[in-house]
Design a protein around this ligand. Structure first.
Ligand SMILES: N[C@@H](CCC(=O)N[C@@H](CS)C(=O)NCC(=O)O)C(=O)O
Length: 198
């Protein structure tokens, strides 16, 4: 039995998407952050860091959305890691770069919305950072179809999920046609649509 704790948006999209790529049955348990349900002893037994998403799978409790997606792919469909070790490494390189750089910039833009605390300087810094770094990814995606190369992999699940924050942040990606086309390719997958629809 697989139990996924968390909603469908933000980081929680990653395990939902991967579980749908794999066609695995799973149950979901919502964890209401606003009610502090992520800090209850029951949930801390699943993820001691008190964050969603988390997963319980055949007695294994696991957190960190990118690690969950990677673990599921490795366990059930290793080709989703990449066809070769080099492809796997290249996909991991870009997915981690996106997570560390792009996601943090989107967070800066979104934080005032999430917390209700105005931070115009933070929003400006997030936008400035994106305008500095996105051309690098734009250029790379002009040379490949997916982050790992020619094959869709877990790196795309992890990377595209970060870019779904662009919609939340109302950040216009139309200046980045290669990034936009990559997102559209990945979001056209039945598993993505099923994960989002619930
Ligand atoms: N790096 C983690 C981030 C998880 C995360 O930030 N989760 C948020 C909700 S999207 C959360 O649980 N926040 C509550 C808290 O940190 O106390 C992942 O990718 O799974």
């Amino acid at each position: 039995m697989i139990t996924l704790y968390g909603g469908r948006g933000g980081s929680s999209l990653r395990p939902h998407w991967m579980l749908n790529e794999l066609g695995l049955p799973y149950e979901t348990k919502s964890v209401e952050l606003s009610k502090g349900e992520h800090k209850t002893p029951e949930f801390l037994a699943i993820n001691p860091a008190g964050q969603i998403p988390a997963i319980s799978i055949d007695g294994l409790a696991l957190a960190e959305s990118t690690v969950i997606a990677h673990y599921l792919a490795a366990k059930y469909k290793p080709e989703l890691l990449g066809a070769t070790l080099e492809e796997q490494a290249k996909g991991s390189q870009w997915a981690l770069w996106i997570l560390l750089n792009v996601q943090s910039a989107f967070h800066k833009i979104l934080m005032p919305k999430w917390t209700g605390v105005a931070d115009d300087a933070g929003i400006a810094a997030g936008k400035e950072k994106l305008s500095q770094i996105l051309p690098t990814l734009e250029a790379y995606l002009g040379t490949v179809t997916y982050l790992a190369g020619q094959n869709f992999t877990v790196a795309d699940v992890n990377g595209v999920t970060t870019f779904t924050y662009a919609r939340m942040a109302e950040y216009d990606l139309s200046n980045y046609p290669n990034i936009s086309a990559w997102m559209a390719r990945c979001e056209d997958r039945a598993a993505y649509k099923a994960a989002v629809a619930g």
